[in-house]
Every structure is written in C-alpha cells, then in structure tokens.
Design a protein around this ligand. Structure first.
Ligand code: NDP
Ligand code: MG
Length: 402
C-alpha cells in the first residue's frame, strides 16, 4: 500500500498571502471557501482567479467580493452578461472552456477544485499537470479519471489535498503514519434523509424529499448522491486513489450524527478518527491553510451536548447504489468512469422527474453491465481516454432514457 502523494512538496510560501484559484466559485463549496477567506486573518489569502458554470451574475459578484483579477464562465453564452456585470471593477473576464482553463492555470499557491461533476476533470487536471497543489472537493475527477490523475500528480510533483470531509478527516487521522502500518480506512455516511425509510418508501421518494439532507447543506448533485449512498461509493473510489489503499481495506459505516467523518485502524489495533461538526468550512480551512491552521467561525464539537454517537452497517438492499459503486471499485478498469457518467445522467433525470429514485441505481447498474458485456471495461490510460468513455456513456445512458 502506498500513499501516492509526495510528502515533501511545499504547499506554498510560508509568508502570507497565499494565492488561490477557485474553480466552482459560485457553488456550495465555493461560497463556503469565500466565507473561510473572509473570516481568515487579514492578508492570509488572496484570490487570483475564479471560475463558474453559467451563472454570470453570481460569478461577477464573487469575483468582486474576492478581489480576483480574472473571472471565467464555462458557458460562452454568458460572456456579455459577465463582462457587463464586471464593468468598472477592474476584473478581467472570459467565457467558454478555454477561459476556465486560463483561470485554472493562473499563477497561484493552491487551486480549489470545486466544480460539480465530470465538468471539473479537464481544468483540474490541467492545473495538476502544471504542478499546482490542488485542494480537491470535486470527487468525480478521481472517479472518472483517478488513474491518470494520480499518475499526472506523481509526474508533475503536484500534491492533492483532500477537501471532501471524510478524506480530509482520514488525512488528518493518518498523521504522516508509515503506510505499511495501516490496516483499514473507514468513511462514515450520515445515511441521508432515507436512512430509516422502507425500501418501498425510498423507491417512491420525490426530488424534494431527496434534496432534504438532515445534516449537510450542499449542491443538488451531491445531495441526491448522499440520499442514494452513491456518494459514499464515489468517495470510496476517491479514497482508493488519494491514499493508494487496496479496495479491500476500505469500508463504510453509517453514522447519523456526522461528527466522526473518517477513521484509520493501524496494525497494532489503534484507531484514530477525524471529528468536526458537519460544516465544510472546517475541511476547506484545513486545506487552505495546510500545514498551518486558520480560525473559522464553525461551531465546535460539543460531545456532552451530543450525548451519544452511533454507528451501523450500511444496508445494501435499501441502498443498492453503494453496492453497485463498490462492485465498480473492485472491478476497476473503465467501470468507475462508466459509473460516474451514468450516475450524473441518472441524477439529472431524477431531478427532472423523468425516473424514480430507485431507478437511479438500477439504470447505473444496467449501463455498467452493458459496458462489461461489450468488452468496454479496459482502464483509461489518459484523461482523454476517460473523457471519451464518459462521453460515450452519457450518450448511451441518455438513449436508455428515451
Ligand atoms: P454546486 O452545484 O453547488 O456548485 C458547482 C459549481 O461548479 C458552481 O460554481 C458551478 O457554476 C460550477 N460549474 C459547473 N460547471 C462548470 C464548468 N463546466 N466549469 C466551471 N465551473 C462549473 O456543487 P457543490 O459545491 O456542492 O459541489 C462541488 C464539488 O464538491 C462536487 O464534486 C461535490 O461532490 C464536491 N463536494 C461537495 C460538498 C458540499 O458540501 N457541497 C462536500 C464534499 C464534496 P454555476 O453556479 O454557474 O452553475
Ligand atoms: Mg464527503
């Protein structure tokens, strides 16, 4: 077992301010990152560039608030709206995928990768290729193209800091331990809004019910993934790549209070755990300041007030998406890439009212099985190969929906 990230790469200058690039600046993680920056000590951070998807007004507002020098919108149709909204601010702007790439490659100490879905693969990978340190929230990058991402990181001497709360907790719980002493890593899941529901009730759940997460406030895609437990499956694949750990040493526990986010068991039986209240500003602040710490306004863990922490095994019958994702992780090859793309289409279709909640897992499983039957299950060698598999899978999944 190896932890693939080089431990010796410096994260940035010891002197403030640390220069940041923020990809996905208008989303849930982007806004929480802005909050951490706003409440950090004066001059701790500065923002070189920001990128967003299609909301020009929100991106302009964020660019001005963060005093960024460049703002990029992925949607070319928003070019004029972005330029107008930034008129007189001194912030330069661009629109289209090349502009997002330009934003990703701005000179900086740390890139926050917080675009939702596989849309983040190319710009995040470009920054990695340029040797940048990436604080990665966008787990779909590693599910879609984990092998190529980690090989690029090793080649470019770039470092990935895990921003996803479970991986961040494990990263902290590892404490620089000798990888050969690690026996197991456990990611916790809150269980989502349907933890105690019957299979029949889950099957008929509406988008509104699935979007009502009990503990976390997040963007729509990751919230639906949390309700189906697909999110935990994607996160296992993410951990597999980030920590270079065998699939058989990764496990999931359902923990409804969302206080313990990740645990590491060592060869001597010791267990270390990462704890925090469920608020992304904590792992975000940890990544932004790493290896230092900055103060946040996040509520502190009050164990006496919480009283008890409970844990249970996940129920694969009621939450088949987790089983499908674990099978894909173990099978490897192209299956994680196929899983990710099929799931994005299925979640889109569910949110649009076109399929039921239980069809998310069954549709993803069918698309994965069809890839195996066709023999399309070889591992993508490059990010380009992974994106081609992603594109074909989306096409097939959309056809299956017709
Ligand atoms: P949101 O949907 O809230 O935000 C997504 C962001 O990506 C928005 O800024 C959006 O812009 C932008 N975006 C979409 N497409 C593109 C594109 N092609 N180029 C550039 N930017 C684009 O998602 P979240 O913040 O919830 O999640 C972001 C990532 O972090 C996901 O991978 C998620 O799984 C992960 N994550 C999220 C957590 C959370 O608490 N939210 C927790 C752990 C991980 P626009 O606003 O214009 O659409
Ligand atoms: Mg997570």
């Amino acid at each position: 077992m190896t932890i693939s990230e080089p431990a010796s790469v410096p994260v940035g200058p010891a002197t403030a301010p640390r220069r940041l690039v923020l990809l996905g600046a208008t989303g849930s993680i982007g806004r929480s990152t802005a909050d951490v920056i706003a409440h950090a000590p004066e001059g701790a951070f500065e923002v070189a560039s920001v990128a967003g998807g299609s909301d020009a007004a929100a991106l302009a507002k964020m660019a001005i608030a963060l005093k960024a020098s460049f703002a990029a919108l992925a949607d070319p149709a928003g070019a004029d709206a972005l330029r107008e909204a930034l008129a007189g601010s001194g912030v330069r702007s661009g629109a289209g995928p090349e502009a997002v790439l330009e934003a990703a490659l701005h000179d900086c100490d740390l890139v926050v990768g917080a675009i939702a879905g596989a849309a983040g693969v190319e710009p995040t990978h470009a920054a990695l290729e340029a040797g940048r340190t990436i604080a990665l929230a966008n787990k779909e990058c590693l599910v879609c193209a984990g092998g190529p991402f980690m090989r690029t990181a090793a080649r470019a001497g770039a470092r990935l800091l895990p921003m996803d709360s479970e991986h961040n907790a494990i990263f902290q719980a590892l404490g620089g331990a000798d990888p050969s002493t690690i026996e197991q890593m456990i990611l916790t899941a809150s269980g989502g809004p349907f933890r105690t529901w019957t299979a029949e009730a889950i099957a008929a759940a509406t988008p509104q019910q699935a979007l009502a997460h009990p503990n976390w406030s997040m963007g729509p895609k990751v919230t639906i993934d949390s309700a189906s437990l697909m999110n935990k499956g994607l996160e296992l694949i993410e951990a597999f790549h980030i920590f270079g750990i065998e699939a058989g040493r990764l496990d999931v526990l359902v923990h409804p209070q969302s206080i313990v986010h990740g645990l590491v068991t060592f060869a001597d039986g010791s267990v270390t755990a990462g704890m925090a209240v469920p608020d992304m500003r904590t792992p975000i602040a940890h990544c932004l300041a790493y290896p230092d710490r900055v103060e946040t306004r996040v509520r502190r863990v009050d164990l006496a007030a919480i009283g008890s922490l409970s844990f249970e095994r996940p129920d694969f019958e009621r939450f088949p998406a987790l089983r499908v994702a674990m099978d894909c992780m173990k099978a490897g090859g192209s299956l994680p890439t196929v899983l990710n793309a099929a799931n994005e289409i299925a979640v889109e279709a569910f949110l649009a009212g076109r399929i039921s909640f239980h069809q998310i897992a069954s549709m993803v499983e069918q698309v994965c099985e069809a890839a195996v039957r066709r023999g399309d299950d070889g591992e993508p060698a490059t990010v380009g190969d992974a994106l081609e598999i992603d594109r074909m899978t989306r096409h097939r999944a959309r056809e299956a929906l017709m």
